[in-house]
Design a protein around this ligand. Structure first.
Ligand code: BGC
Length: 750
C-alpha cells in the first residue's frame, strides 16, 4: 500500500468515528451546479435519458451491442456489477473519450458488509451497538471497493424488520428505528468519508425506500400496509437520520404500500424526500422494480411505467429499460415535461461531480484487500456482534488447556460463514472455527467431527462419531445455524427452527454427558428454545464474516468478553411473529403469568372476562427480549437520577445513574435508555429506545453514566402527521435490555 493510502486509511479508521456530515468534493457546490448547467445545456434528450439509465453488466459476446455502442452514444449513465477492473477501466474510457460529452460512468455494487474482507451481516453489526465500529467497517469496505473502481454502494439497508421470516432481516439493523438510524448514519459516514472525492470514498445508497421490511407474512417483495403515522414514526426515521449524515442516493423498494408501489410514489419521492427533507442527491429504482409495476397491476405497459416513475420523481432506472426506451417519446407527447427530465439529470450529474468522477474516473493501478487493519476490524466486529444468551454455571470462558470436540455443520463452512450479499468475499480467506484452532489457537487440543455436512443435511450417519468425539473431550463446541443462502433476498422461511437435523445432532452430542457450548451462525434470529436445553452456554454470532471463527474462540477462551445485545426480539415460536418490544399496548395487556393451554379446564365455558392479549401455547413473552445479552461480568444499575422532574418543550433532561461491574473481570455493558409517553393523542409504544452507550468497566468498578434527552427527542407524528412533543407524563427506564426495571417519571410541561 502506498504511504499516502496507509495514512488515509488510518486517518479514516481512527478519526472517522467522530466525523460529522460528509464534506463534499474539492469543487465548491456553486462550481458543481455551474458545471451541471453547462452540461445540461449541451445534452440532447437522448443523452439526458441515457444518464437516467443504469444497466447490469455482463461480459458476453453481445458486449459491443449491449454496452460499448450504447456507451459511445451516451445512452448509459451507470453500470452495476462490473467485476473486472480492466473491463471497468475500458468501459470508462469509452464513456470519457468516445462519447460526445465525455460524462463518466458511475459504477455501483452491493458492498453490504465488506468487499473482500467480510464483516458480520448488518444484523450482527447492529448487535454491537457500536456505531463507531460500523463506521470504521464501512470505511474499510470502501477502501477495498474503491481500489477496484467501484464508486457507489447500494448500502446501508435501513428497513425496519420486525419479522424474522423475512430473509432480508439479515441485511437490516433489526427492529428499532433509533438503533437502525444510528447504525445507518454511521455506515454512511464510513462509506462516504470526510470528502466524497477522497480516493477511498463511495457514495452510499439508503434502501429500500420505504417500508419494505413490513412485507406481509415476511414473504419477500410482498405488499405492505403501513398507515401514515406508523410510517413516519417507525419506518422513516432511519432514512431521515442517514440522510442527515449526507447520503447521496436513495433506492426505492419493491413493495406497494397500500396499493402504491414505491417506484411511483410521489409522496415519498417528492413531498418527503425533496420538499421536506431537502434531499439533493438522486433516487435509483431497485432491480427492475419499475417494470414490475406491470405485474403489480399498477402500470399497463413499459411506457406507462416510465411515465409514472418519472413523474413521481425517480431519477435513475436500474436494469429494466423503460426510461431509455420511452422517455424521449413521452416528452415529445407532453406526458413527461422536459423540466422533470432536467431535474433528474441534474441530480445524477451533481452526485457524479461531487464524487470527483470527472477528474478521476478510473480505477487505481493497485487493488487493496485484506490489510491487517481491515482484518483486525472484522475480528473486532465479529467479537462485538456475538450475543451471549446463556452461560449456565459460568461454564464460559473455558481454560485453554481443555480438550475440545468441535462439531456441527457451521464449524467449518467457509462460504456460509460469510452470510448473504458477500459477492466478493473469498471463502479461502475465511477463518472458520476449525481454521482458528489450526492457525491461531494451535496449542488447544481438539478433535473435529462435523456430524452434518451442511445445515440442511439430513444424513444422521455421523451422529455417533460426533457423540463419541464429545465423550472423548472435556467440552463440546457445536456450531449450528443457516447456510448463507437461507437468508437474504427472496429467502423467506415459514419455520425458524434450525434447519435439517441440527437439533437432533445437538441432542446426540449432549447425551455424551459433557458440557456443550452452542454457537449459532445465522442470518436471522432462529427459534432455539428447544436447543437451549441441550446447551450449557449459547453464543449467537449471526453470520460473522471472514474473521468469525477466531472471534468465536476469542470469546470462548475469554480473551474477549461478550458485549453484543440483540437488535431484534428472539421468538419462542415462529407463530409469535411479528413480535417486537416497541409495540403499542392493547386494552387488555397480558399479565405476568397468563393462563396457558394446560390450565384450561375441560369443557370450559366461553367467556371474555379476564381475557388478555397473548398466545395460549407460547405465552406472552419472547424467548429473549430486544437489547438482551450477557457478559462474563455482571452489571448493576443503581442511583437513577434526573436533572429535573419536569421540563419545558425546549428543554432537555440529564439522566444519570451508577453502573457497576459486579463481576470478576473487565467488561463492556451496552447501557440502554427507554422512554414511554404515558398518554398520547395516538397511543404510544410501551417503550422506545432513546439512547445507548457502550460502557467499559473493570471488575468492581462503578461509573456514573449520563444521557441527555431533549424534549424534542420525545416528539412523534400524530394523526395530523405533524411532528410534536406532547406535554404530559413520561416514564424512563435504564438497564441492560428492553425489560429494564430501574425507572423514573418526569413531565413535559405545556
Ligand atoms: C436488491 C437490492 C440490490 C439490487 C442490486 C436488488 O435485487 O433488492 O437491495 O441493491 O438488487 O443488486
Amino acid at each position: 500500500m502506498k504511504i499516502k493510502s496507509i495514512l488515509t486509511f488510518l486517518l479514516s479508521v481512527f478519526c472517522l468515528s467522530v466525523s460529522a456530515q460528509t464534506v463534499y468534493s474539492a469543487r465548491s457546490e456553486a462550481d458543481i451546479n455551474m458545471k451541471v448547467e453547462e452540461l445540461l445545456a449541451k445534452m440532447t434528450l437522448e443523452e439526458k435519458t441515457g444518464q437516467m439509465n443504469q444497466l447490469s453488466f455482463y461480459d458476453g459476446k453481445d458486449v459491443e451491442k449491449q454496452f460499448l455502442q450504447p456507451l459511445r452514444n451516451g445512452a448509459i449513465g451507470s453500470l452495476l456489477n462490473v467485476e473486472n477492473v480492466e473491463m471497468l477501466n475500458r468501459l470508462q474510457k469509452i464513456a470519457v473519450e468516445e462519447s460526445r460529452l465525455g460524462i463518466p460512468l458511475l459504477f455501483g455494487r452491493d458492498i453490504i458488509h465488506g468487499y473482500r474482507t467480510i464483516f458480520p451481516v448488518p444484523l450482527g453489526q447492529a448487535a454491537t451497538f457500536d456505531p463507531a465500529l460500523a463506521e470504521a467497517g464501512a470505511r474499510a469496505a470502501a477502501v477495498e471497493a474503491r481500489s477496484v473502481g467501484i464508486r457507489w454502494t447500494f448500502a446501508p439497508m435501513l428497513d425496519i424488520s420486525r419479522d424474522p421470516r423475512w430473509g432480508r432481516i439479515a441485511e437490516s439493523f433489526g427492529e428499532d428505528p433509533y438503533l437502525g438510524g444510528t447504525m445507518g448514519a454511521a455506515m454512511v459516514r464510513g462509506f462516504q468519508g470526510y470528502s466524497l472525492t477522497d480516493e477511498n470514498s463511495l457514495a452510499a445508497c439508503l434502501k429500500h425506500f420505504a417500508g419494505y421490511g413490513a412485507a406481509e407474512g415476511g414473504r419477500d417483495y410482498n405488499s405492505t400496509n403501513i398507515p401514515p403515522a406508523l410510517m413516519r414514526n417507525v419506518y422513516l426515521p432511519p432514512f431521515e437520520m442517514a440522510l442527515k449524515a449526507g447520503a447521496q442516493t436513495v433506492m426505492t423498494s419493491f413493495n406497494d404500500n397500500d396499493g402504491i408501489p414505491s417506484s411511483a410514489n410521489s409522496y415519498l419521492l417528492k413531498d418527503l424526500l425533496r420538499n421536506e427533507w431537502k434531499f439533493d442527491g438522486f433516487v435509483v429504482s431497485d432491480w427492475a422494480s419499475m417494470d414490475e409495476m406491470i405485474a403489480h397491476g399498477f402500470a399497463k405497459d413499459g411506457k406507462h411505467v416510465a411515465e409514472l416513475s418519472a413523474n413521481a420523481g425517480l431519477d435513475m432506472e436500474m436494469v429494466s429499460r423503460t426510461y431509455i426506451r420511452f422517455l424521449p417519446e413521452l416528452v415529445r407527447e407532453g406526458k413527461v415535461s422536459m423540466e422533470t427530465i432536467d431535474n433528474a439529470v441534474r441530480n445524477i450529474l451533481r452526485v457524479k461531480l461531487r464524487l470527483g468522477l470527472f477528474e478521476n474516473p478510473y480505477a487505481p493501478a493497485q487493488s487493496i484487500a485484506y490489510t491487517d487493519e481491515s482484518l483486525k476490524l472484522a475480528r473486532r466486529a465479529a467479537v462485538e456482534s456475538a450475543v451471549l444468551l446463556k452461560n449456565a454455571g459460568n461454564i464460559l470462558p473455558l481454560k485453554e488447556d481443555v480438550k475440545i470436540a468441535l462439531i456441527g455443520p457451521m464449524a467449518h463452512a467457509p462460504h456460509d460463514q460469510l452470510g448473504t450479499w458477500s459477492f466478493d468475499g473469498e471463502k479461502e480467506k475465511t477463518v472458520t472455527p476449525l481454521r482458528a484452532l489450526q492457525t491461531e489457537y494451535t496449542h488447544v487440543k481438539y478433535v473435529y467431527e462435523a456430524g452434518l455436512a451442511y445445515s440442511r443435511d439430513l444424513n444422521a450417519g455421523n451422529f455417533a462419531k460426533a457423540k463419541a468425539a464429545a465423550a472423548d473431550a472435556d467440552v463440546a463446541v457445536v456450531v449450528l445455524g443457516e447456510e448463507a443462502i437461507l437468508s437474504g433476498e427472496a429467502h423467506s422461511l415459514s419455520s425458524l427452527n434450525p434447519v435439517g437435523r441440527q437439533s437432533e445432532l445437538l441432542s446426540a452430542v449432549k447425551s455424551a454427558g459433557k458440557p456443550v457450548i452452542m454457537a449459532v451462525m445465522a442470518g436471522r434470529p432462529l427459534t432455539i428454545e428447544r436447543n437451549l436445553h441441550d446447551a450449557d452456554a449459547v453464543l449467537y454470532c449471526f453470520h460473522p464474516g471472514t474473521m468469525g471463527g477466531v472471534a468465536l474462540f476469542d470469546l470462548i477462551f475469554g480473551k474477549e468478553n461478550p458485549s453484543g445485545k440483540l437488535p431484534v426480539t428472539m421468538l419462542r415460536e415462529v407463530g409469535q411473529a411479528p413480535m417486537y418490544y416497541n409495540h403499542n399496548n392493547t386494552g387488555r395487556p397480558a399479565p405476568d403469568n397468563p393462563v396457558t393451554l394446560e390450565h384450561i379446564p375441560l369443557e370450559a365455558g366461553q367467556t371474555s372476562l379476564g381475557n388478555t392479549s397473548y398466545y395460549l401455547d407460547s405465552g406472552r413473552d419472547p424467548l429473549f427480549p430486544f437489547g438482551y445479552g450477557l457478559s462474563y461480568s455482571a452489571f448493576e444499575y443503581s442511583d437513577l437520577s434526573l436533572s429535573a422532574n419536569s421540563i419545558s418543550k425546549t428543554d432537555s433532561l440529564k439522566v444519570s445513574f451508577t453502573l457497576t461491574n459486579t463481576g470478576k473481570i473487565k467488561g463492556v455493558e451496552v447501557a440502554q435508555l427507554y422512554v414511554r409517553d404515558l398518554v398520547g393523542s395516538i397511543a404510544r409504544p410501551v417503550r422506545e429506545l432513546k439512547g445507548f452507550q457502550r460502557v467499559s468497566l473493570d471488575a468492581g468498578q462503578s461509573k456514573t453514566v449520563e444521557f441527555r434527552i431533549a424534549a424534542n427527542d420525545l416528539a412523534f407524528y400524530g394523526s395530523d402527521l405533524k411532528r410534536k412533543t406532547e406535554p404530559g407524563e413520561f416514564t424512563l427506564w435504564v438497564g441492560g435490555n428492553s425489560n429494564a426495571t430501574l425507572n423514573a417519571n418526569f413531565t413535559v410541561e405545556e
